[in-house]
Design a protein around this ligand. Structure first.
Ligand code: COA
Length: 261
């Protein structure tokens, strides 16, 4: 559950035209609660409006990018519609006009992976582990990922990641086109900093226009897919399978789906 004390869980720092937004809740593997989604959306809104911001970097903490949506929130305060904090964040990141660079450390799970589809450059440490466990949780994919994953890597590879929901390596993420480059853990900050500075030095209007053109042919379809997936996702959260999966996570046991047809 979110509270006012959650405000420090998203930290922002502007330096040389680069706004770094850091997800900072390591004790919960940077799981995103409602306040954090709101802070991320607000951070992007302010970054979009501020001419001093030329590039946004999204990062986690040492050993974790984000473990995705807070599963306790899914049980206590599930999203109910298009104006929920998670949907607002997805709208904000998927339509953000300036370049976004992601720095992936450690675990990237659920929306921690699907948000990468809306970043422009993605760098990961060699021991980062990615996972899309939506089906395992009785849910369905979100963030436009049922459109963007097959587009990026083809149906079979997307189906393998989304239907089996097994962890996959940074090297595999690079092979399927989700990640630009993999580096040793100690080199990520320098690599991301270098790329972000390069982007910040380019003519900003040309960068924005190129990003817009790169996404132009699927922008409307993406918006629609995010909305449709969101409706199914919200409905699935009320399913008995999801209830069992979430309860099992809380009780630190394996879920038992045998009684569901
Ligand atoms: N929501 C809420 N709490 C979470 C969380 C999440 N998404 N991910 C981790 N946590 C909590 C754990 O419950 C645990 O809390 P506790 O110390 O109070 O028991 C703490 O963070 C540490 O997690 P733990 O599972 O012990 O760390 P790990 O290093 O063994 O595993 C993950 C890390 C990310 C692989 C594992 O925590 C995980 O799979 N989390 C769930 C991811 C998920 O399903 N996300 C939703 C996708 S839609």
């Amino acid at each position: 559950m979110s509270s006012d004390t959650d405000l420090h869980l998203i930290q922002s720092e502007l330096c040389e035209g680069i706004l770094t937004i850091r997800i900072n809740r390591p004790e919960k593997k940077n799981a995103l609660n409602l306040a954090m989604y709101r802070a991320l959306s607000e951070g992007l809104r302010l970054a979009g409006d501020n001419d001093a911001v030329r590039v946004v970097v999204i990062a986690g903490t040492d050993g974790c990018f984000t473990s995705g949506n807070d599963l306790a929130d899914f049980m206590a305060v599930p999203p109910t519609g298009g104006d929920s904090p998670v949907m607002t964040f997805l709208q904000a990141i998927s339509t953000f006009r300036k370049p976004i660079v992601a720095a992936v450390t450690g675990s990237a799970v659920g929306v921690g992976v699907t948000m990468l589809l809306h970043c422009d450059l993605v760098y990961a440490v060699a021991d980062a582990v990615f996972q899309l466990p939506f089906v395992n949780l009785g849910l369905c994919p979100e963030a436009g990922s049922t459109l963007l994953f097959p587009r990026l890597m083809g149906h079979q590879r997307a189906a393998e990641l989304l239907l089996l929901g097994e962890p996959f390596s940074a090297e595999q993420a690079c092979r399927v086109g989700l990640v630009n480059e993999v580096c040793p853990a100690g080199e990520l900050v320098a690599l991301v900093g270098r790329k972000a500075l390069q982007l910040a030095a380019r003519p900003a209007a040309a960068v924005r226009l190129t990003k817009e053109l790169l996404k132009r042919d699927f922008a409307a379809e993406l918006e629609n897919t995010i909305a449709v997936e969101g409706e199914y996702f919200i409905a699935r959260l009320e399913s008995p399978e999801a209830a069992e999966a979430l309860q099992a996570f809380m009780e630190k046991r394996k879920p038992d789906f045998n009684r569901f047809s």
